[in-house]
Write a protein that binds this ligand. Structure first.
Ligand code: FES
Length: 571
């Protein structure tokens, strides 16, 4: 079989002035001609940043990838892209997911790269890198940074989900502010991303379930030396993928997406998974709709006992055998023949997986929770859909009718939630508007709004909460998210007023508000959209072009791809 000419030859194999320039400036790094001229050039797309603490160990990880690439006869070129640190970026990292994806896409296409290794970790760094790479579609492999070691405070295991618990305890006066300082250090005690099945872990599982990483990638802790081994093996493999011309579009079939959805349900993955997977599908050109998540997740129980839906941490998942054991437990449910980055099928990869702890990973016949990890709701409150995570919600609220207590925006919520005058009880439904893609902008993770202090004091721990925003993958509660269309887009959600009766019916996948047709027309006629928060720059571009949550909140002009051809090829 004739090997396909390397893409990078259009730079380094070129004669004349252009070829001279391409090669000469590479040589100023002290690289001899034979090192890069004629070998597969492998980009290492690095989201290392000290402002993204979850990815701060990525320089070391890149060195391991490089060793693998060199060993296989390729030449590594590491390049930085915009990094999104979930905890520090304001107003929310999600506002910049699409911007980072543009950076990735254009950086790959514009440069002499034959294959690329994506170094992803903290929540948004995975979808943004995969989205960008999909729009170019060259051979690509993902290496996740790995989770932190399990936190431990005074002999008790703790993780990111405890942030919400401790926050409520401080509000009640049960934990002192000073103690929080030691809890902070005890929680984040090693390199890596959040150690529960939050969004970062869900994204790491997503790439493994899609077939975009080597088997076992999802769960190896960042601090475990086997993470570096996986990185080196990934470097080795990407060179072979270039020779085989195994591209993202060969792996990311409709069946691969269906596998990822089923796995996310079985592990109690983040609700953010929905929005990111829809955006990735949009980039690679696979038809995927919000409602697909309903029927594909249906009847898939929770078989991974991980916080926030369960008890354990990612480190425990690794010791129990990792994601391949979960995949094996889903044999017969998954598409077995989906091809993965190592050239083997999904089933070939998990066939030898062995489980070591049935309290962490169980079977479909004896699940930890029969509630699925994800449900999509429809109704007149969310004409294009909304999302809930039943496995992290309260059973007694799965069918509930209550009076709305409406907050027009997050500032309104913060100002009034703990006031004595707030007319609210445990049967009320908290409604938070204008935290959607356009409205905030960027759809922040504020959907699991804290309960009113006076109800916490009564011992109430959960209420139905509804918003057009998102929730941290580490969050929990009976929380309806991603209401679409969002309030700022003028959907029915924008028309809800305090006192309206709202009915949540998760078994029947319904979310409705009792407003008569005439009243709705009247309210819509009076509706005035809030002023956009930006009149220039990227934020304005985002507000003008971001799509609604049920489409993945990508920008309309970014859907699809432009392939690996450069826009113009002469100076
Ligand atoms: Fe980075 Fe949680 S803050 S993964």
């Amino acid at each position: 079989m004739q090997e396909k000419e390397l893409r990078s030859r259009a730079w380094f194999g070129r004669k004349g002035k252009d070829g001279f320039i391409y090669r000469a400036w590479m040589k100023n790094q002290g690289i001899p001609d034979y090192e890069f001229n004629g070998k597969p050039i492998i980009g290492i797309c690095n989201t290392w940043s000290e402002l993204t603490p979850c990815n701060a160990h990525f320089r070391e990880l890149a060195e391991s990838v490089k060793r693998g690439i060199l060993e296989a006869g390729g030449f590594p070129v590491e390049f930085p892209v915009m990094s999104l640190g979930e905890t520090l970026i304001k107003p929310t990292a999600m506002l910049y997911r699409n911007l980072a994806s543009m950076d990735v896409e254009e950086s790959i296409r514009a440069n002499p790269i034959d294959g690329v290794v994506l170094l992803c970790g903290c929540d948004k760094t995975t979808p943004s890198l995969v989205m960008g790479a999909c729009s170019v579609n060259i051979p690509t492999i993902v290496v996740s940074g790995g989770p932190m070691l399990t936190g431990n405070h005074r002999g008790k295991n703790i993780g990111t989900s405890d942030v919400w618990r401790y926050h409520d305890e401080v509000r009640l006066g049960n934990v002192l502010e000073e103690e929080l300082v030691t809890i902070e250090a005890a929680m984040c005690r090693s390199q890596g991303h959040c150690a529960v099945m939050g969004t970062a872990s869900s994204m790491a599982c997503m790439v493994e379930a899609l077939g975009l990483s080597l088997p076992g990638n999802a769960a190896i802790p960042a601090a475990d030396s086997r993470r570096k081994v996986l990185a080196q093996l990934s470097g080795l493999r990407i060179v072979e993928m270039v020779k085989e011309d195994l591209r993202l579009s060969d792996i990311l079939t409709r069946n691969a997406f269906e596998n990822a959805i089923k796995v996310n349900a079985a592990i109690g993955g983040s609700t953010n998974f929905v929005i990111h997977l829809l955006a990735i599908a949009g980039r690679i050109g696979v038809e995927l709709e919000l409602n697909d998540f309903n029927y594909l997740s249906e009847n898939i129980p929770l078989i991974a006992n991980l916080q926030p839906s369960g008890k354990y941490f990612m480190e425990d998942l690794f010791y129990a055998g990792g994601l391949p054991v979960v995949l094996k437990a889903l044999d017969g449910i998954l598409h077995r023949d989906s091809i993965t980055v190592n050239g083997k099928t999904m089933a070939e990869n998990y066939s030898n997986a062995t489980g070591y702890n049935s309290d962490v990973i169980t079977t479909v016949d004896a699940p930890f929770n029969t509630s699925t990890g994800l449900a999509i709701l429809t109704g007149n409150l969310c004409e294009a859909g909304a999302v809930i995570k039943p496995s992290a919600a309260s059973k007694h609220l799965m069918q509930h009718t209550g009076k709305a207590v409406v907050f027009e925006n997050i500032e309104d919520f913060k100002a009034r939630i703990d006031t004595e005058e707030l007319d609210v009880d445990e049967n009320s439904v908290l409604v938070l508007k204008n935290v959607g893609p356009k409205g905030y902008p960027g759809m922040p993770e504020v959907g699991n709004m804290g309960l009113p202090k006076k109800l916490l004091e009564k011992g109430i721990t959960d209420m139905v909460r509804i918003s057009d925003g998102r929730m941290s993958g580490t969050g929990f509660g009976t929380v309806v998210l991603h209401v679409s269309p969002e309030a700022a887009a003028g959907g029915n959600f924008a028309m809800i007023k305090t006192g309206d009766l709202i009915t949540l019916d998760v078994p029947n996948r319904l979310l409705n508000v009792e407003i008569s047709a005439e009243e709705l027309v009247k309210r819509k006629a009076q509706y005035v959209a809030p002023d956009p928060v930006a009149s220039r720059g990227y934020v304005k571009l985002y507000i003008d072009h971001v799509q609604q949550a049920h489409l993945g909140a990508d920008m309309d002009f970014l859907r699809g791809g432009s392939g690996d051809k450069v826009v113009r090829d002469s100076h």
